[in-house]
Every structure is written in C-alpha cells, then in structure tokens.
Design a protein around this ligand. Sequence first.
Ligand code: RUQ
Ligand code: CUA
Length: 688
Amino acid sequence: MAKRNGRRGRKGVSRREFLSLAGGLAVGAAVGYTAFKLTTPTPEAAIPYQDIIEKRGLTPDDVEGALKTYLPGGVYDEFILFASGGHSGQVLVFGVPSMKLYRVIGVFTPEPWQGYGYGVKETMEVLKNGSNGIRYLTWGDVHHPEISRTNGEFDGEWLFVNDKANGRVAVVSLKDFETKQIVKIPNTQSQHGGAFCTPNTEYVVVGSQYPTPWDPDKGYVPGETYVELDPNDPDTLKDNFRGTVTFLKFDRNKGRFILEESFQIELPPYSQDLVCVGWGPSDGMCFINTFNTEMAIGGVLEGKPPVEVGSAEYDFDYLHVILWKKAEQLVKQGKYKEMNGIKVITLDTAIKEGILFHAPEPKSPHGADIAPRGDYIVVAGKLEPVATVYGADNIKKAIENKDFEGKDVYGVPILRFDAVKVAQVELGLGPLHTEFDDKGYAYTSLFIDNKIAKWTLGPPYFEGDEAWKVVDKVDIHYNIGHLAAPESNSPSPKGKYVVALNKWSIDRFPNLGPLKPQNFQVIDITGEKMKVLLDYPIGIGEPHYAKIIDINKIKALEVYPMGVNPITFEKHPYAIQKGEERIERTTIDGRPATVVYATVIRSTFTPDIIRVKQGDLVRIHVTNVETTPDATHGFAICELNINASIEPGETATIEFEADKPGVYAFYCSEFCSPLHLEMAGWLIIEPA
Ligand code: RUQ
Ligand code: CUA
C-alpha cells in the first residue's frame, strides 16, 4: 500500500501533454485562471513552466490537481467547508477547492486566541452553562456539523455541532463564526446522532449513542442516576438503560435553543447512530440507524464476549422511523412526562400512539442519508458490502397498512423488509456514508476498500438498466470515514467536488511522530472518472463529518455594531464611548468590587493604570471603539490566565478575583499597529 502512490518512478509531463491539459482546463476555468492564457503560442517565453514541471517531477495528474485547486490571493473559493474538529472540541473552516484554512472556532474547548473561556465573562458563561452540573467541561468530541435550513436548503445563518462525549449541542453564529450557546441534552449521556435540522430549523434533532442509565420516573441525571450493570444478567441493558432522540426547539432570531419548547422521545437502549431528517416525501419523518440491537455490554474479564462480538450476532439491526410531526402533536395534547426540564414521550406512548417503527437493516449498519428529492433513505452496510435503500413512500404505505413482520422486545412494530426496501446496491467493503451530487449520483465511502464508490440512484434519477449501478471507484488514502459534497443532504446538492475525510494518512506526509495527521482529499467529480486533486493534512483533532455550503450564502459581519455583546448581539449594558472611561469602587452582590469602564483603540488602553484592592471582585468592561475591519485588540493580563480578543465594535467583560496582591502588566495580545508593543498598562492589586 505504501508504494501505491509513492513518488518514485513517475514520469514528468511532456510539454505537449502539459499544453493540451492546460488548454483544456483554461476553457472551463473559473475567474482567476483565464488570465493564465496557457494556450498562447509561447507560454514559456514568460514563465518556464516546463522547467518547473520537470524539476519538480510533476505528472499530468499533479499539474491538473494544482491548476484546479490553486487559488490566488484575493480570489475566493466557491464553497466553505465546516469540518468537525473531533476531540479538539473545535470546528475548522476551510475553502473548497483550495483547502485554505480560514478559521478555527472554539466550541466545546476554551480557545484563548478568541478570548473564549479565559477570563471573558460572557464566554465563560457559555462554557459553564453548557457543562453538565458535575464538572466544568473543557472539551468535547465534535462529530456532525449542520447548517440552519429554510425549506430544506442550507441558509448560511447558524451552525450546529454535537459533542458525542457529553451529550451536548452548540450553536455557532455564521455572522461572526463564534459560539453562542452550548446545551446539555437532558436524559442523555453520549450523543452521536446530532446535529440535524428539520426543514425550516424548527428543531435541531439529536440522537443519543451509547445507552444511558435510566430511572423510569426520573430519567437520567449526571452524577446521580445509578443502575445495575450486570454482565451475568442478559436483560441488564434492556431493563435499566434507554436511548433518546431529542427535538431541540430553535429560536432563529435569538440563536438559542429553548428547552421548555423542546421534546424528547424515549428509545430502546440500542446504540443509536446517525440521524437524518426528511423533506419532500419524507417530510415529517426522521430516521436513525442503530447497532447493537443485541444489547451486548461486554465483560471480557467475566468470560463474556466483547461488545464488538456480542453486537454482531443478529443478521439485522433496526432503522428507527420516527414520525416527528405526529410526536409534536402528542406533546401539544399533553401526552408526555416532564423529566429534567424536558417533555418526554415515553417508549410506551410512542408505541401506542404509532410514532415509532423499525425498518430492518442488514447487520451493524452505519449512516442514514437522504437523496436530494427526499425520496430515498440510504443506509450503508458497514459489515455488509451493500447499501440498502428505503423508499419514503414505501415506508409511509407500510405504516398505513400495518405491513409488519413482527415486533422488537419492547413491542415496537417492525416494518416488513421487502415492503420498505427498494434496492440493495453492492458497493464494496466497509461502506459507511453516502453523499449526493446534482446529477442523480450517490457517493459512498468504503472504509475497508479505501475507496469511494460512485453509483446511480433509481427512478426518477436514473431509469431501467441504468438505475442502482456502480459506475466508478476512486482510491483514497486511507481509511475514509465520512465524505462531504457541496450541499449534499439537502434538496439542491451542487456537485463538482467530494471531500474525503480520511482517518489515516500513513505515507502521504513526512513522518513527524507516531500521531499521524488525518487526511482530507479533494476529489473532482465533474468528469466520468473521479479524480483526486489535493491532499490536505489535518494537524489537529479528528474531523468526522463536514458540511459544505455555497460561499455566497455566508453573510458575515465586517465589524460589530458599536458596543455590542457578541454573545447576544444586543447592546452591551456597559458599553461606553471614548471619553467615558472610569474606575468605580462599589459592591456587587454585597461584596467589595472594582468596576472599570475601558476603551481600546490603536494603540491605547484607557485607563492604563487600574488600581484595585485585594479581595475585590474585578470587572473590566472593555469596548473596542475601532470601526476599521480587522482592527482587533487583545487584553491579556500577565500571570492571571486572562486573554480577551476584542473585535472592532465589541464590548467584553473581563472578570476575575483579585485574590493575591501584586503588580501585573497587561497588554494587547494582537499585533495591531506599529506601537502595538507599547499598547500596555498596569493592574495593581493593593494588599488588603
Ligand atoms: S459517524 S464515528 Cu459520523 Cu461515521 Cu461518527
Ligand atoms: Cu492593540 Cu496590539
């Protein structure tokens, strides 16, 4: 494998090959490339392209990849890719096709350069309110980004991401690319199946992953709920654990989840995996693939099979089919139980009222993805070399006709497999996730084969013999998990590229130690054959999924309106104008405090000497009175673990306890001006 794409023994491009290639490219080239004029008679007169190609030993494929992904400064990418940062707790923002990294967003993890979680009160509160009541959480395992939607289409206003490790979801505004809210999902320990929006972002849907310990009356409370987990009791999971799917009400104007208007459905304690939410013919439904319907818990020291063996016993697992619009009605009718601040439709009620069904899925499946018209749901086989395709109309009809083939151990009806399945497509080994383009093709990642398979959807995308056929495969490097195509999983995918999110990179990059980077590969899908254009190593936590959106849909702010609190987008109550700076000694909640009203502008802090008393609570309200784009100032206080990043127009509150006496320099931590180093001041904490 290591040598498959090694650089040894490759032939360079001849001048003729290069010119014909470049000429072909120039014809269809986007703005920026046409100026190249590669087809003029003597291109080598100006720049010795051929020398460069020969010296660097580039192949025609290399040159094509370079020309199709190179982006000159000042020219913008066509698409923006939001990648989860995995266990970095961040979101990474790239351009496609260039793979320029434009932004790293601290979400579940404090991020000092953004002033996120290092003394800035507003951001500390986001992290604190989003913790779980037993720990101040400073990391998350980000898996699935989602963009807010209008009529099913990505609208570019809000970004949602989940934290698998702690059962949380966060809201990021795409006006300033900063985190606004983190919510701990009640009654849920881990959470893999989020975040996915209903077509108009009425709700953000999240599914639990590993079974949550469950008290039938009290649900789950971290640090409190205790149940028996006994490897000798085959019913231990069945009786004492549950899964959940949560519909978090989203207030689009405020950019906040509202738990009081949200609801949850209790699910069997299988491992819920990926969620998808339908539109068109699948509108009102959501789907969750599951594994471990065997409810194995392991116990290798107790002589039991490990989970991965115990959970592969049955030939079929279940795709949950959930009628969420009907569930919403049940909540309106009061058919719920309030548990830990959320309305819960119990498993019994869900069965009795007919909002939960199972569709059989071949053994340990993975992923659930909806075709552009909302008509097909594709579930990949993972352990089976096939993708199983379900028809939305078939599912609706089977539910209506009670076309069942039995019930699970809880009494959830199982839809007859042959009634809901419309196709099974043999793809290759280890199929995981499927994305779609604008021409009726599906692209499925093959983890074990190290490939992406391109295949045709059935009618009305492709008819007759052309339907459900693999048409191409491309090698990727290596161990691909998700893949992402522009605006896939929406009614209007844009095609053009697929980005492979590869877990391993092995020999693709220099060896910089045992922890290798993940590898993103940009793949051109415009031709008959898919073509890898670019490798891009990810030198940070493992991205799982990514969403790609048309760059024109992003409408970010240049500067904040003056005196705004970026967390709420409202006027900060302590914003001031230049000339209003002052220091006040006062009491807050009955205790001594010093409150400072400060401004920053190139290259001055006002005030620049701040005197407080030991034992004070200190609040420094800083307004950046700049109106120039990019004129950000930092506010770092030496030794106190404090750094704020204050963007033009922003007001932020730095809060800390003056618990130890001392004299500390503070300074601007953003190189803002020629006198940036002089932009400094003193914090004096006088001994009590
Ligand atoms: S799923 S391991 Cu997105 Cu393939 Cu998380
Ligand atoms: Cu302000 Cu450096």
